[in-house]
Design a protein around this ligand. Structure first.
Ligand SMILES: [Zn+2]
Length: 219
């Protein structure tokens, strides 16, 4: 994929966040995608009308203190993106935003339970954990995120009292995971009025994987 194509894909993903109702009232988000040892990342602008002038290419090893052309609010979160890519070679895209139901769990410091089958099919096969609060973009905050992602099965986290961070092999996968997680958060809250969400059988996680592999082979 060319650089231009990846830029278009990232802009398309930002627009999808808005269209799917995954942005809160302030429309705050930041997104990135890896291309080899380079990183494409939002450096400013509004997610509601993101354009290519709002994107920047960076060396993955770049020191965030010495990167030019970023608004302060976007410069603050550079280390979160670069350090996570350096730790997890399987992650090719990251989305951070404040979707209303998932962020309610983050503010309550409660994990989103993995009780919704589409979440499992998107590769989120355990409760989405909460990373302890620390100031946005701080060393403590990034260290907490890296600790949670040290487990290879972690692909999404809740940032306590703030929002979410979701990874995927590419932007489409990250968007799919974010969407399923937000649906799960909304459903878990509605289920509270009906006696609470019930867990899937323990074997469901293996079953979902097995069925997906069978159908992939058949198609
Ligand atoms: Zn945020």
């Amino acid at each position: 994929m060319s650089k231009h194509e990846l830029e278009q894909q990232l802009i398309h993903t930002a627009h999808a966040l808005r269209e799917r109702g995954l942005l809160f009232l302030g429309a705050h988000a930041n997104l990135s995608a890896r291309a080899g040892d380079q990183l494409l990342i939002t450096r400013g602008g509004s997610m509601a009308e993101l354009g290519s002038a709002d994107l920047a290419w960076l060396d993955l090893q770049a020191d965030p203190q010495h990167v030019e052309g970023f608004s302060p609010v976007f410069r603050e979160i550079l280390a979160m993106h670069t350090r996570l890519y350096r730790q997890r070679g399987d992650i090719g895209a990251l989305v951070h935003c404040h979707p209303r139901y998932s962020t309610a769990f983050a503010v309550a410091q409660r994990a989103i339970p993995a009780v919704y089958e589409p979440m499992l099919r998107q590769g989120i096969q355990a409760d989405v954990p909460v990373v302890a609060w620390a100031p946005r973009g701080s060393e403590a905050s990034v260290n907490g995120i890296l600790d949670a992602f040290a487990s290879p099965s972690t692909v999404a986290v809740l940032l306590a009292n703030h929002g979410v961070l979701v990874g995927g092999g590419d932007l489409a996968e990250a968007l799919g995971r974010l969407t399923a997680m937000e649906e799960a958060a909304e459903l878990a809250l509605h289920a509270q009025a009906l006696g609470g969400a019930k867990p899937l059988p323990a074997a469901a996680y293996a079953d979902v994987n097995e069925r997906m592999q069978q159908f992939q082979k058949a198609s």
